[in-house]
Every structure is written in C-alpha cells, then in structure tokens.
Design a binder for this molecule. Structure first.
Ligand code: ZN
Length: 190
C-alpha cells in the first residue's frame, strides 16, 4: 500500500475495520466513494457524524435512541402486556423490520443486579404479562433464561421463547446438531 496516496490509504484502512468488509471490498468502496460518487461520500460522512453525535442508549430499555427515552418505550399503543428480551440492541431493529411484534423490548446485555432491577421496574410499569426471550440459541442463552425466570418468578408473569429449529431453505445436512435436536423437541403436528 506504500504506493497509494496517503488519504486514500487511510480511507481503505478505515473501511477494512468495518464488520464483514475485507480488503478487496474496502478498496472497491474507497474508490467508489472517493471518485465515482463524491456526493454520496459526503452524505455518508455527514450521516455517520450525526449518528455518532445523536444516538444514545435508551434509559428504560437499553435500546438505541435519539433521546433519553426511545420512541418504542414512549409509545402507549405498544402496551399489550408483552415484553421481548434481546441480547443486543441491534436485534430490536431485526424484530421491528419483521413487523410481527408490537410489544415492548428490553436489552439484557449482561446479568447484573442493577439491570434486573430496571427490568422489574419495566415489567411493573408496563403491566407486562408475558416475557418473550428472543435470544440466539445456545447453552449460554438457556442459562440466562433460567436465571431470569427464577429472579422474576415472584411477579406472576409467563415466559416464552422464540421457536428454534431448521431455518427455511437450509438442508438438514447443513444444520448443526443442537438445532436438529431442538427442532425435534419442538415438532408440531402436520
Ligand atoms: Zn426504550
């Protein structure tokens, strides 16, 4: 890369640090931004700067927000008694895009007492009746679910988790053993 113009080299290095961007993609993107679509490049830089400055963690659900409390937490029409627990704030976007969930969320990034206290407050204040765990299937997730069910059992709520099994369009030979076992356990009548 010594023969590259200094700023172009820096741009490639920045892009290479992004998730799922390899060296070839970084060069292609850098060239596109620097030469082929300068307007998009300036716009992108501006949008990144605004997001970095404006976005924060919602104080109530720990999701992504542009204010102290996020729009979902503030939306009374979503008080349907359901609370979806996710492990990462960005999972909320995936669930929102699916359009299948209309309750509230809570991000449980790590199991600390302070976080559980806030989860209890969220459950009480929002009159939550059902907790839905939307966690990536793993033994660690099973541990988190058992732990939370135990900690929250006194609140008289029900617990469920998203179904697991064989993803659509994936052949059985490419499915890991845990998913295969879970899909058998969660089989349904046809
Ligand atoms: Zn929120």
């Amino acid at each position: 890369m010594n023969s590259y113009p200094e700023n172009f080299k820096k741009l490639i290095e920045s892009l290479e640090k992004l998730p799922s961007i390899g060296r070839k993609s970084a060069i292609r993107l850098a060239y596109f931004l620097a030469f082929e679509d300068k307007f998009s490049a300036i716009n992108l830089a501006h949008n990144i700067e605004e997001c970095v400055q404006d976005l924060q963690v919602c104080e109530e659900c720990f999701g992504v927000s542009d204010s102290y409390i996020c729009d979902i937490c503030n939306d009374d029409s979503r008080n349907n008694g359901e609370l979806c627990i996710v492990a990462n704030a960005k999972d909320i976007f995936l669930l929102e895009d699916s359009g299948e969930f209309s309750g509230k969320y809570f991000v449980i990034s790590d199991i600390k007492d302070t976080n559980i206290k806030q989860l209890e407050i969220k459950i009480t204040n929002n009159n939550i009746k059902e907790i839905i765990f939307a966690l990536t299937p793993s033994l660690g997730s099973d541990g988190i679910m058992l732990f939370l069910e135990d900690k929250l059992s006194h609140l008289g709520i029900t617990f469920s988790k998203i179904a697991q099994g064989i993803p659509t369009g994936v052949s059985l030979e490419n499915v890991d053993q845990l998913s295969l076992i879970r899909s058998l356990q969660a089989r349904i009548k046809v």
